[in-house]
Design a protein around this ligand. Structure first.
Ligand code: HXC
Ligand code: NAP
Length: 297
């Protein structure tokens, strides 16, 4: 038995339909794979349908489960409502939502345009509250005891320099998690969050840990447990929080980061990066922020 193995018993999510935003890549894809292995139907949605369709084909072939890929920009409530409606047509009802979509990149804050701040805050905060509001209205109307899982970060409460738009937005998502867990408890709706430490994904690594910095500030030195996370570890926790095994847990944020948060703000180590270094890596990260339409990660 190791931390890279699935943890829950077979069929733990049987007959549940779960929407995973940003499920075409990275952690969203890994969580979706495990939910399918546990018997769930999955809806994955984000901006790039080509990426989602390729992931859906891969996961269906791998697990034999049912996956519906749908284009959706989470900043647009109409597109979100269409996703929920299409999921209901395809699977009968929706039981779970994972707000996993995000936009993020490291930068000295004074170098950001207003639009650069907006783009991150809108994807993370607006996207999460639009989707949660839409699904909550549907669940309350249909008397479904649904579950929301928000993928947060540890700097949602510690704060962190150099990722300020993301920190502000993730903090808002955390406030929503706790506030609605109280308010919607009477409907049997649960909301929880996970604060992951570094889990290698192309999306995060291209924008947050360019090679030059990764070498200089190695994870081994910054994380008490001296390693990054394995996707299965996160998928195990996510599946538990969406399953009925966690039926008495709501309003909680679970940190899964090898103890990294004990160092304080996750990106505050960037204080050592010089202006010259920022000039060199800034454009590199900007280029990575424009992924090809069909580039899976
Ligand atoms: C400064 C930048 C920039 C950068 C973009 N901008 N990248 N400014 N440094 N590196 C500015 C642009 O100049 C523009 O402003 C504005 O932001 C919008 O940029 P666009 O490229 O037009 O936006 P868009 O195509 O919508 O792309 C959104 C994005 C991109 C957020 C910039 O990175 C993206 O699509 N990200 C999605 C995936 C992602 O970020 N994954 C990582 C999640 S990891 P102006 O004013 O010039 O027009 C994560 C981990 C947390 O959250 C913790 C890790 C351990
Ligand atoms: P990722 O692969 O880049 O995932 C981000 C996803 O968000 C992509 O699939 C992207 O798909 C989607 N997305 C971006 N803008 C969107 C929009 N406007 N509408 C809908 N979807 C949108 O990165 P990841 O590392 O797996 O991150 C997943 C989650 O984990 C994020 O919430 C992130 O903050 C969190 N997290 C990650 C780490 C880590 O170390 N990896 C640590 C802490 C927290 P499209 O481009 O197709 O839209």
């Amino acid at each position: 038995m190791t931390h890279t193995q699935g943890m829950l018993r077979e069929g733990s999510l049987k007959d549940k339909t779960i929407i995973v935003t940003g499920g075409g890549t990275g952690l969203g894809k890994s969580m979706s794979r495990y939910f399918l292995q546990l018997g769930a139907n999955i809806v994955i949605c984000s901006r790039r349908l080509e990426v989602l369709s390729a992931t859906a084909d891969e996961l269906k072939a791998e697990t034999g489960g049912r996956v519906l890929p749908l284009a959706c920009d989470v900043r647009d409530p109409e597109q979100i409502e269409n996703v929920i409606a299409a999921a209901v047509v395809e699977f009968g009802q929706v039981d779970g939502l994972v707000n996993n979509s995000a936009g993020n990149f490291i930068s000295p804050t004074e170098q950001l345009s207003y639009k650069a701040v907006d783009v991150v805050v809108d994807i993370v905060l607006r996207g999460s509250y639009y989707f949660t509001l839409a699904i909550g209205k549907y669940w309350i109307d249909k008397k479904i005891k649904g579950t929301v899982l928000n993928i947060s970060t540890t700097y949602a409460w510690t704060g962190s320099g150099w990722v300020v738009p993301s920190a502000m937005a993730k903090a808002g998502v955390l406030a929503m998690t706790k506030s609605l867990a109280f308010e919607w408890g009477k409907y049997g709706i649960r909301l929880n969050a996970i604060a992951p430490g570094p889990f290698p994904t192309k999306g995060a690594w291209d924008r947050l840990f360019p090679e030059e910095l990764a070498k200089k500030f190695s994870f081994e030195n910054r994380i008490p447990l001296e390693r990054t996370g394995d996707h299965q570890e996160l998928a195990n926790l996510a599946a538990y929080l969406l399953s009925d095994y966690s039926a008495y847990m709501t309003g909680e944020v679970v940190t899964l980061d090898g103890g990294e948060v004990l160092n304080g703000g996750q990106f505050n180590f960037l204080k050592e990066v010089t202006d010259e270094q920022w000039m060199a890596i800034g454009q590199q990260i900007k280029n990575a922020s424009r992924p090809a339409k069909n580039e899976g990660e």
